[in-house]
Ligand binder design. Structure first.
Ligand code: FES
Length: 268
């Protein structure tokens, strides 16, 4: 019979007996988080894109909406326009970014990512961590208990994304059509839907309280569907994070006249 012996790993942050490039993954994730955070913060304080008009008075984005301004509480009449925060304008992005921010921060997949990449707690399997005591969902991380509530809010965001995607086929005064912006919006909407659709809390919501499933029931079919998407939750997390940023970047470049949108309307 084979005898297994265990070897105590070396101690200290980053100390390990691993020979692979274990540090690459946490480093790339840290870079991705930093990029998104810096980009999002800068854009949230910029002039809102929905108010920008071209020389003829048409909206510079045509039928498109940036995901950073969806839903737009000011346009919906749920928040006042023109409010200043010191020298800065209270933008639609500032009003809503707490919801996707909170949803992602408390996401079970994201917790793993930032505990490894940002907090180094630990940075990888069998790799030494900072000398700190893991306190689970206590202290500041108590907020992680609210993931299910962030989910309820974010489901409203998903509905708004679909509305904006469908409206991206119709340019007022020019009729039905399609453009690169429509496809960009579509990809972002699908990525967000798949990310939210595979949420662990949603999986619990649709079928987690059952002791037995009737295999013909709608509950079982829904739970099965969410479980299948849930298997790729990490992938959809990254795709949707990337698509939000790329979609906003595309709309921003378009609004500032840096690029042109190829579309069937030939009008912007
Ligand atoms: Fe990741 Fe809910 S667990 S979004």
């Amino acid at each position: 019979m084979t005898q297994l012996t265990t070897v105590a790993p070396p101690e200290g942050f980053g100390a390990t007996m691993r020979r692979d490039i274990w540090w690459l993954r946490p480093t790339l994730i840290l870079a991705a988080f930093a990029t998104f955070l810096i980009y999002g913060t800068i854009c949230a304080f910029q002039e809102p894109l929905y108010t920008m008009k071209d020389a003829k008075g048409n909206p510079v984005l045509g039928p498109y909406v940036t995901p950073f301004e969806s839903p737009n509480l000011i346009e919906l009449g749920l928040a006042p326009a023109g409010v200043n925060l010191g020298p800065l304008l209270l933008t639609p992005a500032l009003l809503v970014l707490w919801a996707p921010g909170g949803f992602r921060f408390t996401c079970y997949f994201c917790r793993l990512a930032y505990h490894r990449s940002v907090l180094g707690d630990p940075p990888g399997c069998a790799v030494g961590e900072w000398k700190r005591t893991y306190r689970g969902e206590k202290g500041f991380f108590w907020i992680n208990n609210f993931h299910r509530y962030f989910l309820y809010v974010i489901l409203i965001f998903v509905v708004f994304h679909w509305i904006h995607f469908l409206l991206a086929f119709y340019y007022k005064g020019h009729g039905l059509g399609i453009g690169v912006g429509t496809l960009v919006t579509g990809f972002d909407t699908i990525a967000l839907t798949m990310y939210v659709g595979g949420c662990h809390s949603l999986r619990h919501l649709v079928g987690g309280r059952q002791n037995h499933f009737n295999q013909d029931s709608l509950t079982f079919k829904l739970w099965n569907f969410v479980s299948k998407i849930n298997a790729h939750h990490g992938l959809w997390f990254w795709l949707s994070l990337g698509s939000v940023m790329l979609a906003d970047m595309y709309m921003r470049l378009l609004a500032h006249g840096v690029i042109k949108d190829f579309n069937t309307w030939s009008s912007f």
